[in-house]
Design a protein around this ligand. Structure first.
Ligand SMILES: Nc1nc2c(ncn2[C@@H]2O[C@H](COP(=O)(O)OP(=O)(O)OP(=O)(O)O)[C@@H](O)[C@H]2O)c(=O)[nH]1
Length: 370
């Protein structure tokens, strides 16, 4: 153990060794791209002390309730975690006192193998020190790994008025852009999100961060566009059901209200199904607390009192599609179901192709292989 190592990570004293965690007892799905054939994307969570990093990770990936995070202890050493969602992911949660200029910090190792750096700024606090840390972290990381993406969460905005939120984002953006420009580093791109664990904003932001890690995102989006335009669907989200992160949506703009409705549907359906649903192998929808996988056949409908319908269809045991459409269009449910089956098959083909290469679909599309 390195005596003066203030992040305790790479010399064997990390708080948790890379610990394979799958929420609610899941195992990796052989149908999905797995770590051995993909390099597992690694997300770094950084920020000052008590900015809310660990809370974000616990709320989104461990289903901790926001109020419980009040009792989360300050992180003293790096926590590494391996998360199995619809994709494998590694998350490294750094303690707030981490100094990337400290000689014991191995920037090559940390930034070299990482895909995204999520920097959390506490918007309820004076953020000048955080901006200074953001600048040093970003410049160091970019030097080591120009491919790494920078995601800045302006966090705890639940305490701010709408005007104040916008002003804070503008100010933070301006200050960091000026500093980077002064150092002639304006080629570094940072994305900003206003977040809070007390509403859906944190899920939306993490969804966007995760989507950047998905190489097949454009294919998923295309498939969703085709499904929506041929089925009269206004908006559709492909959700990772355990985290409620959406890994893809169609290309129409995301409005927060539709996202909240679709995301809440997952909670409602899985809560109801965990109480009233069958708890055996034939469970069609796998309830949140039920380790039995769904079989990709589950579906649920909620008719809203404003003439809209929410329609959920399970794609496989990790993913569900949630659509928002007009009740009139839902009259052609047979057509929607047929289109959904084509969509489901195409999504699963993408995963097979990714895992096994073009040969995986040889029998199915023999004409295209000569
Ligand atoms: N109001 C509000 N409080 C939050 C939010 N997110 C986290 N917190 C609170 O912020 C405090 C610190 O959260 P942590 O997750 O421990 O922060 P951290 O960045 O991991 O802190 P260190 O472990 O010291 O690096 C906790 O009391 C959380 O309840 C948020 O969105 N809004």
């Amino acid at each position: 153990m390195a005596a003066h190592n203030n992040y305790g990570a790479f010399h064997g004293d990390a708080e948790d060794e890379v610990d394979s965690h799958s929420p609610r007892g899941q195992q990796s799905d052989p149908e999905l791209p797995q770590a051995q054939e993909l390099q597992k994307p690694r997300l770094l969570l950084m920020g000052l002390r008590r900015s809310g990093k660990s809370s974000i990770e616990r709320v989104v990936f461990h289903k901790m309730s926001p109020n419980e995070t009040l009792f989360v202890e300050s992180t003293s050493k790096l926590r590494k975690e391996s998360i199995v969602l619809s994709m494998d992911l590694e998350i490294w949660d750094f303690p707030g006192h981490l100094d990337v200029d400290d000689p014991s910090f191995d920037g090559e190792e940390v930034f070299g193998g990482s895909t995204a750096l999520v920097f959390v700024i506490d918007a309820q606090d004076d953020y000048l020190e955080a901006l200074q840390r953001l600048y040093t972290t970003v410049t160091r990381a970019h030097k080591v790994n120009p491919e790494i993406s920078f995601e800045v969460l302006i966090h705890k905005v639940d305490g701010l008025s709408d005007d104040h939120k916008i002003e804070t984002q503008r100010d933070i953006h301006q200050r960091i852009s000026d500093e980077l420009a002064d150092a002639q580093l304006d080629n570094i791109h940072l994305s900003f999100y206003l977040t809070s664990i007390y509403d859906h904003s944190i899920y939306e932001a993490i969804s966007k961060v995760i989507q950047k890690l998905i190489k097949q995102l454009a294919t998923f989006e295309n498939l969703m566009n085709i499904l929506c335009s041929n089925s009269g669907v206004e908006k559709a989200f492909l959700f990772d059901i355990m985290s409620k992160v959406y890994i893809a949506t169609d290309s129409s703009p995301v409005d927060m209200q539709s996202y909240e409705l679709c995301s809440d549907m997952i909670d409602v359906i899985f809560d109801v199904s965990s109480i009233y649903g069958p708890d055996t192998q034939d469970a069609t929808l796998s309830p949140s607390s039920n380790p039995n996988p769904g079989n990709g056949q589950g579906h649920a409908v909620i008719k809203l009192n404003n003439g809209m319908v929410l329609y959920l269809r399970e794609v496989n045991r990790f993913l569900s599609l949630v659509c928002l459409l007009r009740e009139d269009n839902f009259e052609k449910q047979g057509l929607i179901d047929y289109n959904f089956r084509c969509f489901q098959e195409a999504i699963l083909d993408v995963f097979r192709l990714r895992k096994h290469g073009p040969g995986a679909l040889k029998d199915k599309y023999s004409h295209s292989y000569g």
